[in-house]
Structure formats: C-alpha cells, structure tokens
Design a protein around this ligand. Structure first.
Ligand code: ZN
Length: 320
C-alpha cells in the first residue's frame, strides 16, 4: 500500500478534508460548514473531519503519514502557527500543536493559494517542472510561486499575492487598501464588472438579451459567450480583459521566468482559442528578452477546485 496523506482546506464558509495518495489522487472527502465557537473546538472539528475522510476511503488512522492544511492567510510553516487570517480568527494560533493533541501525526501548514500551486506542481499541470507560477482567477486572483521545487514563502508566509500588484494607478479601489490592483481588472469578478460597464455604453449589445435585462445575471462567462455569438461590444470587453490579464502575466514572467505559468479558476474553462492563444500572443509580444529561445509555457490548471486540498495533503510528502 502506498503512502496516504490528509489535506485540509480551511475556507471562509466550509472546512474540507481529503484523503490523498502519494500520487496526488484524491480518494475521499469530508466537509462541514464553519461554525466558530472557539479555537479548540475549531481544531477538534478539523480532526474529526480528517478521521472521517480517512474512514470513507477505508484507511485506518495509523496509516496516515501526515496532515497538511491550507490556511487563508499567512503562516509560520516552521512553527506550524497561523500568523494572520482575515475571515476566521485564527491569528496567532498554534494549529499544528493543537491538532496533534487530538491526533498524533505530523502536521504542516501552508497558505491556501500556495497549496493550490503545490497541488498543480506535484500532481497536475506542473508535474516535472522545476519552477511554476499558478494563478487562480476567481473572486480575486490567488497566486503561488514555486521556484527550484520549493514554495516561495516570504517573511510572512504569504508570498505570491500576485493579485495585488498595481496595473492601473489611481484605478479601482481594492480591499487591500491600494488602487488599481490586478485582481480588480483580471479576476472573474472584475470581468463581470467590465462587462456591465460596457453594457451601459452599448444598449445594442446582445449581452442585454443574454441576461434578460437582469444585470445581476452577468458573470465572468457572459462576455466570452456573447463574443462567440459575434457581439462586438462583448468582444471588446474580452480584448480589454485579456490585455489586463496579459499585462500581469508578462510582469510575472519577466520577474520569475518560470518554466510554466498555470491558469486556474472559473475563467480558465474558456476555450484555448478565446483565452490561451490571445494571452500567449500578448506575452510573446511584450515579454522581456523576446529573442530568448526558451519560452514560459502558459497552460490551464488541471486539478480544478481540488488543487488546494491535494497540495495541502502533499505538504506531508514534500516536507518529509
Ligand atoms: Zn489589492
């Protein structure tokens, strides 16, 4: 029997645990909503979920090599301690130590976006790469950087916050306190906003019929859908969006020169013709050292929403 690991995803609304084998296959999961009543109860819940995931896969707890956790914030990976989180009050909590009081097993913590990057690196699109950047285009933009086979942590354990590089000075306000952050222009949320803005200027656009006149129905896919149908205003939105997205990607490639840049999140479900080909063209045109022979490969993520939990689980494999 190969080695088995538990990955835990600490989300703002749900807690999820998954049993993962040494090849990165997710074999069983257990999930529960977050009910915050205190730190100890919280960690107990994580332990119960972890056992449940193991049981579902028919694996006894004694056969679990390690538990890894993806935390939405900064972590001290060496001390197994959360440094800060925004949505759940875990700041300062020695989660690894508390968890080990419940279940005796090695415990590793990592920032959740970094876990997603590690998942793709170990078991997804980035298999075999030495250096990889994963960006996830969702409500915001998550990011993780892996260099020479190691997650880039930074002094606060949350390096790779690529969504908060400014690409439009004096632009849209961002919850981080700055203006014009990349995620305000290139997340799925931002794409929906750009689409609604274009609709206000283009009453003739097919986007109006597509959403039945209900602006709330406009999402990150609307513009791509209407553009496929030949709508000029929607195509202009897609072009603008891809230009913003491309700018950020070129910035990252210029700084890190990774072997691969991997795009995940809802937007990455668009066809290669609509998303990857135009992005590759922008990067090819704008990257520093256009004449360097080796190009960063720009590809789609492969693990979808499971990337985080798989990466968290494999923390046990990469750290042992
Ligand atoms: Zn920001």
């Amino acid at each position: 029997m190969g080695k088995k690991y538990i990955g835990v995803d600490i989300g703002g609304t749900n807690l999820k645990a998954g049993l993962v084998d040494e090849d990165g296959a997710l074999l069983a999961t257990a999930k529960t909503p977050v009910h915050w009543v205190g730190a100890e109860e919280f960690v107990k819940t994580l332990a119960i979920l972890s056992k449940e995931a193991a049981e579902k896969a028919g694996v006894t707890w004694a056969d679990i090599c390690a538990v890894g956790m993806g935390v939405p914030g900064g972590v001290d990976t060496k001390a197994g301690k959360v440094l800060y989180t925004c949505n759940i009050p875990l700041s300062g909590l020695p989660v690894a130590e508390l968890f080990r009081r419940e279940l005796d097993v090695p415990v590793y913590l990592e920032n959740d976006a970094n876990c997603a990057a590690l998942g793709e690196y170990c078991a997804g699109a980035g298999k075999g790469c030495e250096s990889l950047i994963v960006i996830t285009l969702g409500t915001g933009i998550g990011g993780g950087v892996i260099l020479n086979g190691k997650v880039l942590h930074g002094v606060n354990g949350a390096a790779g916050e690529v969504g908060h590089m400014v690409i439009e000075p004096e632009g849209e306000a961002c919850p981080c306190g700055r203006r014009g952050c990349w995620e305000q222009y290139s997340s799925a949320t931002a794409l929906a906003r750009l689409t609604r803005e274009a609709m206000a200027e283009h009453p003739e656009s097919a986007l109006w019929a597509q959403c039945g006149g209900v602006l709330e129905k406009i999402g990150g896919r609307s513009a791509f859908e209407a553009a496929r149908g030949g709508d000029a205003a929607a195509q202009a939105v897609c072009d603008k969006y891809l230009s913003y997205l491309g700018q950020g990607i070129v910035n990252l490639i210029n700084i890190f020169q990774p072997e691969m840049l991997c795009i995940g999140g809802g937007v990455s479900n668009e066809s290669d013709a609509a998303l990857l080909y135009p992005l590759r063209a922008i990067v090819e045109r704008e990257r520093f050292g256009q004449y360097c022979p080796v190009k960063t490969r720009i590809v789609k993520a492969q693990l979808g929403n499971d990337a985080g939990i798989i990466g968290a689980a494999l923390l046990g494999a990469v750290n042992s």
